[in-house]
Design a binder for this molecule. Sequence first.
Ligand code: SAM
Length: 229
Amino acid sequence: MRADRQDDIYREQRERMVREQIERRGIRTPGVLEALRAVPRHLFVLPDQQTYAYSDGAMRIGHGQTISQPYIVALMTDLLKLQGGERVLEVGTGSGYQAAVLAHLAEEVHTIERLAALSDHAALVLEELGIENVHLYVGDGTLGLPDQAPFQAIMVTAAAPDVPKTLLDQLDDSGRLVIPVGRRFSQVLEVWQRVGVRYEQEAVTAVAFVPLIGEEGWPEETRDRSFLW
Ligand code: SAM
């Protein structure tokens, strides 16, 4: 099939994904819907999985990790309530897809991944797409990026046993942090907002993410049992 015809097919699949998986489940923020329509998700999945890139679920990306379900990407993005001028920290670069979505809505995205192979691959895809406002780091994201803090928004895309105190400290005043918190195989998506010296917390919905492994996350040995989002 000709490449431009294939691109048209993926564009149609993206439109349908946004209509049927995102809008139908209640996400209406125009910028978020536009970002999901714009980012070619098929470029972030494994080459032999591209046909399924717009299906309604998480997918494996190698190294025991996953690219999250499109609806969860949209929901977590929506919960940050980005206005356009923010510096955002993402913990868990994975494929780079979520970072590309955030890059459409914020000024700068700083994304940190503990597995260098995933970070390197994400960097290649983002470069190929000409996305220049994403900065990639390899390391333990539970410790955030002290040199770049404060952030107006932080998104953690792996599951933590508790919200890392260091990340809360790196939130700007009024900044919002979205994170799955709970047990190894089931968590609650939480939103934390800094209000001066206090934090307001809201529980949103049940989720199941791969573990956040690091100093303020789970210990290393939990890695191999990772599954789902
Ligand atoms: N946001 C990703 C995307 O759009 O493809 C999906 C992220 S995947 C569900 C979770 C990622 O978090 C994995 O790539 C995993 O290696 C990473 N991770 C786990 N613990 C981490 C840590 N302490 N610091 C940085 N990344 C971590």
